[in-house]
Structure formats: structure tokens, C-alpha cells
Ligand binder design. Structure first.
Ligand code: ADP
Length: 305
């Protein structure tokens, strides 16, 4: 059974319901990706690698993973911490903004939890380890060296490292994010960037500057997302363009990139070609953005043959 481990932070979400009432959910970019991957390729063993506490919300989060048939063997419990929380506010013009309480979250400590539990051997069993720029940004500063050594060790063992740069400037305040991203790009087998993120991080505003910028990193497989515009794929630096059919009725773009990543890998792991996997992923993401919320009901998704 093919094994994919997705490393990151899932948080408690409070979304406006009515008046001053909020609806509670569970969300996170890497979690969304893991859920779509497992739902669309149930034969894969998909783990969510994170840390939670021992409180009721942590139990809820873990149950969410179990209900989605995600493997929780590497969902560590740190009794002195809790999950992070964020709250969505919507202003009079419909613009959404986010407030976060995550500084003290358990997931920030996942690298020391892996180390303490001596779990690196388990991670070495993976075919893919997937993480994002958000996973990277929330790792505690003092754990970053261990994180990079861990990735090198996994890679040396044959684990493929998949990375979506997902950039959130607010998580990097005062820190040299470019240096960390360069390390990520240098240690990556499957890179899944959005152009907007590469522009915000490195000032690559179009596909030509992306190609030039990424070339020295020699990432074997690159899939560049660009909203309703084309997707570009590159195997060993040879780029190919894939057309996307723009969606007219966009309802909510939350999780467009995450659902793309999950469905792309789901298709690749079923042996589909890059072109077919991109088409399938674009179709999934195009469906997801026509519904509210990050994770849409399974019956609305097209299945893989
Ligand atoms: P991210 O969420 O990472 O910024 P994008 O906005 O590039 O990612 O969207 C990811 C994928 O979702 C795109 O590659 C595309 O396949 C699909 N997508 C996004 N917006 C649209 C749209 N308006 N019409 C059709 N497909 C879209």
C-alpha cells in the first residue's frame, strides 16, 4: 500500500453563522490536501502528521482525522498544549478577515514530538512526505535545523518530498523566509506552487520568471498553479502547458490549491500520466470552488477510475 504522510497544523475554525453565533469547524491547508487525497484514492495509506493536546477540542480534531480514514499513528499528544484557533470575520462589503490564536499550539511542536518519540523510522516508511509553507512557518525556530536534517535523512532513504509553498507573510514576521524557502526548494521532489505565492516570496510574477528562478533548484517534478489560467508541469525542467476551463460561478476559492494538490497526487498514485493528473486535479479544484467551504461533500466530486 502506497504511504503518504502529510505534515502540518489543523486548527479549530470559528466561522460566522448568524448574529454573534459562530459555527465551529476544523481546517488547515495540509489537512484539506490529505482529506481530498484519501477520499479520491482510498487505496493509499494517508497519515496526518501533527501534534494535538489532551483536551476535548484535540479529541475532536483527532476524531475528525479518524472519520476521514486518515492514519493517526503520527498524530502526537502533548498534554500541556492545545490546537490553534482562528476566527473568520466578514465586514459589510463581504470581505473576509482572519484572527489567529496559534502561538502556543501543539502543532508548532511536531518536530520535537517526532524526535522525542523516535518516530523518524516510521516516517522513513513513507513513499511521499507532503508539507506546505504554512507547515514550515509554524515550526518553532529552534526546531528548524532538526526539520531540515530530518527531510535530508528521509530523502536519502528514498522518501519523495512534496511541497506547496503556500505563503502567509504574517507567520514570518521579522524572519528570513526567503532563506527557509530556498532550503525547501533545494530539498524537493514534487513542487506544487501557485504563481501568486512565488510572486509574493521571490517576485516571480509570470511563468517565464518562475522557470528561470526554479531552474537551479533542479526539482524533478514541478506543477505550477495559476488560478483560472493554465497549469504548467515540468519534468526535469521541460515545461508543458495545460489548459484550465475557467469556472464562471465561483462561490468560494478556499482550498482550490489544496484540493488540486490532493487530487493530483491521488491520480499520480493511481498511475495516471502527468497530463491526466493535472486535468483531474483542475476539474476537482474547479468543482470545489463552486461550493462553500474547504471540504465539499464527496458526492459532488468526480471519482478516479
Ligand atoms: P491557490 O489556492 O494555491 O492560490 P490557485 O488559485 O492557483 O491556487 O488555484 C488552484 C487550482 O484551482 C488552479 O490551478 C485551477 O486548476 C483551479 N482554479 C482556481 N480558480 C479557478 C477558476 N476561476 N476557474 C477554474 N479553475 C480554477
Amino acid at each position: 500500500m502506497v504511504k503518504v504522510m502529510c505534515l502540518g497544523e489543523a486548527m479549530i475554525e470559528l466561522a460566522p453563522a448568524s448574529d454573534d453565533n459562530y459555527k465551529q469547524g476544523i481546517a488547515g491547508d495540509t489537512l484539506n490536501m490529505a482529506v481530498y487525497l484519501k477520499r479520491l484514492n482510498s487505496t493509499a495509506d494517508v497519515s496526518y502528521v501533527t501534534a494535538v493536546g489532551e483536551d476535548k477540542m484535540s479529541d475532536k480534531l483527532r476524531n475528525f482525522l479518524v472519520n476521514e480514514s486518515l492514519n493517526t499513528d503520527l498524530c502526537f499528544q502533548l498534554p500541556q498544549y492545545m490546537p490553534g484557533l482562528y476566527m473568520i470575520s466578514i465586514d459589510n462589503s463581504g470581505e473576509r478577515s482572519f484572527s489567529y490564536w496559534r502561538d502556543n499550539s501543539a502543532a508548532k511542536r511536531v518536530i520535537s514530538a517526532i524526535k522525542q518519540a523516535d518516530a523518524i523510522e516510521q516516517l522513513k516508511q513513507a513513499d511521499y512526505l507532503f508539507y506546505s509553507g504554512i507547515s514550515l512557518a509554524v515550526i518553532q525556530q529552534q526546531d528548524l535545523d532538526d526539520f531540515w536534517s530530518m527531510l535530508e535523512e528521509l530523502r536519502a532513504q528514498g522518501v519523495k518530498i512534496a511541497f506547496d509553498p503556500n505563503f502567509r507573510a504574517a507567520l514570518w514576521q521579522g524572519r528570513d523566509y526567503q532563506a527557509q524557502y530556498r532550503k525547501a526548494l533545494a530539498c524537493c521532489d514534487l513542487l506544487l506552487p501557485g504563481i501568486e505565492d512565488l510572486d509574493a516570496i521571490f517576485g516571480c510574477a509570470d511563468i517565464e520568471s518562475v522557470k528561470t528562478f526554479l531552474q537551479p533548484f533542479n526539482c524533478p517534478e514541478v506543477i505550477v498553479k495559476n488560478g483560472p489560467a493554465s497549469v504548467y508541469s515540468a519534468i526535469n525542467g521541460e515545461y508543458q502547458e495545460h489548459k484550465v476551463t475557467p469556472v464562471q460561478n465561483v462561490v468560494d476559492t478556499t482550498s482550490a490549491g489544496d484540493s488540486f494538490n490532493g487530487s493530483f497526487l491521488a491520480a499520480r498514485l493511481k498511475g495516471k500520466s502527468i497530463a491526466d493528473s493535472v486535468q483531474f486535479a483542475a476539474k476537482t479544484a474547479g468543482t470545489v470552488i463552486q461550493h462553500k467551504g474547504a471540504i465539499i461533500p464527496l458526492e459532488n466530486l468526480q471519482k478516479l477510475d
